[in-house]
Ligand binder design. Structure first.
Ligand code: GRF
Length: 211
């Protein structure tokens, strides 16, 4: 089966993007990373993508002022021009409108550093510690218009230790992110994920948590 053409959208350092690029180096991996798009011209991840021989594009949202859809139409034009089939958001710090999300229904996935639906939004590690959570982790999910929502594909959990700080917890969760994002993209690219009643079934079964 032809490998799916994937674009990774970033705004920052791009460590999850690198994890996806590394996974896709295996010729048997069902997806290839053909494009990296950033809305920030000095995103560190752009250099890392170029070092890996991946085409990069900057679509600077500031050019479009408050017109989110104009920004998204420019982004969409690039995605279409590159015949993208699946989008991976990887630290892409723009809220997307229902219009763009609707163009990619079931074909756009995101990674979030928490066990959704807990701790949507920012500062997830500090909030998990402040809440006294015993477990924390990361989630890969399909993108829907509501932020950090959408059917969950894969989750990975870590236990919170008594001496954990925001930094130590973030580092452990990031390792989990780098493991589960390539797993989730594989499942989606292989067409093994179905959304039924707003929930993901993988090979027809409820998705398992990977810890
Ligand atoms: C990750 O923690 C990801 O879960 C969140 O933003 C961060 C991006 O990190 N959405 P990186 O750019 O992939 O290193």
């Amino acid at each position: 089966m032809a490998r799916k053409r994937v674009a990774v959208l970033i705004s920052g350092r791009g460590s999850n993007m690198v994890a996806l690029i590394e996974a896709a180096k295996d010729p048997t991996y069902p997806a290839e990373i053909v494009l990296v798009v950033s809305n920030v011209s000095d995103a560190k991840g752009l250099e890392r993508a170029q070092a890996g021989g991946i085409k990069t594009i900057v679509v600077d949202h500031r050019r479009f002022g408050r017109d989110r859809e104009a920004f998204e139409r420019a982004l969409q034009a690039e995605l279409v021009a590159h015949q993208i089939e699946i989008i991976c958001l990887a630290g892409f710090m723009r809220l997307l409108t229902p219009w763009l999300v609707g163009q990619w229904n079931g074909r756009m996935i995101n990674i979030h550093p928490a066990l959704l639906p807990a701790f949507k939004g920012l500062d997830t590690h500090a909030r998990a510690l402040a809440a006294g959570a015993k477990q924390h982790g990361a989630t890969v999910h399909f993108v829907v218009p509501e932020m950090d929502s959408g059917p969950i594909i894969v989750q990975g959990a870590v236990a919170i230790a008594s001496g954990d700080t925001e930094a130590t917890l973030a580092a452990r969760v990031l390792e989990v992110e780098h493991r589960i994002y390539p797993q989730a993209l594989r499942l989606v690219a292989e067409g093994r994920v179905n959304i039924v009643d707003g929930k993901c079934l993988i090979d027809g079964s409820p998705a398992a948590t990977i810890s």
